[in-house]
Structures are given as C-alpha cells and as structure tokens.
Design a protein around this ligand. Structure first.
Ligand SMILES: Nc1ncnc2c1ncn2[C@@H]1O[C@H](COP(=O)(O)OP(=O)(O)O)[C@@H](O)[C@H]1O
Ligand SMILES: [Mg+2]
Length: 262
C-alpha cells in the first residue's frame, strides 16, 4: 500500500490564510476522488472544525499525539464530502508536542490508508513541531514585505531540514503597493506555485462554516485553489478512491471528474 502524501501548510506569520488554504485544499482533493485526511495541527488555535461546520468536534489530534487514543477512533467525517478530519482541542493549557510524540505521530500518519494528509499548523516552526517529516510544505504568504521576509526565513529552515517547499501567495489584490509576483519569485529563487486572490467569498464562507470551495466553486479564490490542488493531485500520483470510504463525491464520479478534468 502506498504511503500518504503529507503536505503541511505553514507560515512564519499568523493570519495569512493557512487554515483557509488547508481546509479548501483538503476539500478540493477529496472532491477529486482522493482519500484525504485533514489534521488540525494548530494546537494553539485549532479552528479547522469551525471552518467545516463541525464545531462539536473537540478531540482528535492531541489524544492521538499523546497516545491516549487510536487514530481511526479519533477521526470525524465531514458529512457533505466524506473528508476525514482529525480535529483540534480548544484548551487554555499551554501545550507543545515533544520530539518523541511528534515522531511517533508522524509514523502513525505515514502508515495510514490515505492518499493525502493535509496538516494545518501553528505559525512558525520549532524543532519539536511535528511533521518535519512531511513530503512537502506549502509556505503561505501575503504580498507584503514582512510576510515575504518571514516566508524566506521559513524556507531556509525547511532547506536545512531537506523538506521540499513551495510558496503560495494569498490575498492578492494587484495593487501598486503590493510586492508583485516577479519580486517575490526573485527573492525566493523559484516560482510561486499558486496565486490566490483576495476574495470576499472567503470571509463569507468562513462565517457560514462552509468552505469556499463548496460555497462558491466558481469564485476567483476557488478557481485558484482548484489549480493548486490539481498540482498536488498530479505530483503525488495518488490513486483515485474506489468508493471504499463512503464519499458522495468519491467512487466513479470522482474518478470521472478527474479524467475529464472538470
Ligand atoms: N484569499 C482571501 N481573501 C479574503 N480573505 C481571506 C483570504 N484568505 C484568508 N482570508 C481571511 O484572513 C483571515 C485569516 O485567515 P486564516 O486562514 O485563519 O489564517 P491563518 O490560519 O494563517 O492564521 C480569515 O479571517 C480569512 O477570512
Ligand atoms: Mg490558522
């Protein structure tokens, strides 16, 4: 059995759109017919369940990480799509995974039967932070100096860890005062892999607890997300689902959609 392709969504700076992008990437891959798990690894501010309209979930990631629960018993299912969700836990207690918990958790995830695992993370990176062992990191930034400088720092950390990375430019309004794509690519030394526009649908969809990709498939943000997730779909060469995880969009429909590229 192939191991899942693990993508961590990262940024050095908070509030740039990590959770929004993680949720919509997971939904988009799921609707293509892949078997997908999203992990709310932002143990400081876990809001993935809130984005998905699953506010009742207050368990998952932390119990599995600490060895108190098994992963299959801790996963919840997003009914509209069949996406699997390892939710976060809202707590006042300070919490930082230890290196051994992180390693153990990484191997549990790697041995799971998903095509893709998308991990939302807290801002920044610490050595203890799990998922240095991801296949890839998507570094999210907005087109301003501070976010770009922070993203470059994070890319250097990932270079040292030999973790493949890409950058995703979010909240682009194409205003004169924004850094443009060319300037960001020159600084990064590589291509930007996705450009996502500022779009009012995003806050509207979050307020409705329906991911933008479902709320409005045709909005500019969803179109950008679609291109971004197709890149992963191709890169990971993951197998389409055979309908074995109960997704309404999986099975033959998901497979057909993938073939005809709709
Ligand atoms: N492309 C976008 N267009 C408009 N608003 C956005 C976009 N991306 C994110 N936002 C807004 O930015 C805020 C922070 O996004 P979030 O995904 O929570 O960031 P992070 O997880 O990096 O802290 C949210 O309130 C969201 O509505
Ligand atoms: Mg977040």
């Amino acid at each position: 059995m192939a191991t899942p392709y693990v993508v961590r969504i990262s940024s050095q700076k908070g509030g740039v759109g990590k959770t929004t992008i993680a949720v919509n990437l997971a939904i988009s891959l799921k609707l293509m017919g892949h078997r997908v798990l999203i992990i709310d690894g932002d143990y400081v501010n876990p809001v993935v369940a809130f984005h998905l309209g699953m506010q009742e979930i207050n368990k998952g990631f932390r119990s599995v990480l600490m060895g108190r629960a098994k992963m299959p018993n801790s996963v919840s299912i997003h009914a509209p799509t069949g996406l699997h969700v390892l939710g976060g836990e809202m707590t006042q207690k300070e919490f930082e995974p230890t290196a051994s918990q992180s390693r153990r958790f990484g191997s549990i995830v790697k041995s799971s039967a998903y095509d893709f695992v998308v991990v939302d993370t807290p801002p920044g990176f610490s050595q203890q932070n799990f998922f240095a062992s991801a296949n890839e990191a998507a570094i999210v930034l907005t087109p301003d100096l501070q976010a770009t400088a922070n993203a470059m720092k994070l890319s250097q950390i990932f270079d040292r860890l030999h973790l493949r990375h890409n950058i995703v430019l979010n909240r682009v309004r194409s205003r004169r005062w924004e850094l443009n794509v060319g300037e960001i690519e020159d600084t990064y030394g590589n291509k930007v892999c996705a450009i996502l526009p500022e779009d009012d649908i995003v806050p509207m969809s979050i307020a409705s607890h329906i991911p933008a990709f479902i709320y409005s498939k045709r909005c500019q943000f969803s179109r950008g997300m679609d291109r971004f997730s197709r890149m992963y779909s191709l890169r990971a060469e993951a197998r389409p689902v055979n309908g074995d995880m109960g997704s309404p969009a999986g099975g033959i429909i998901g497979w057909l959609r993938r073939i005809i590229g709709s």
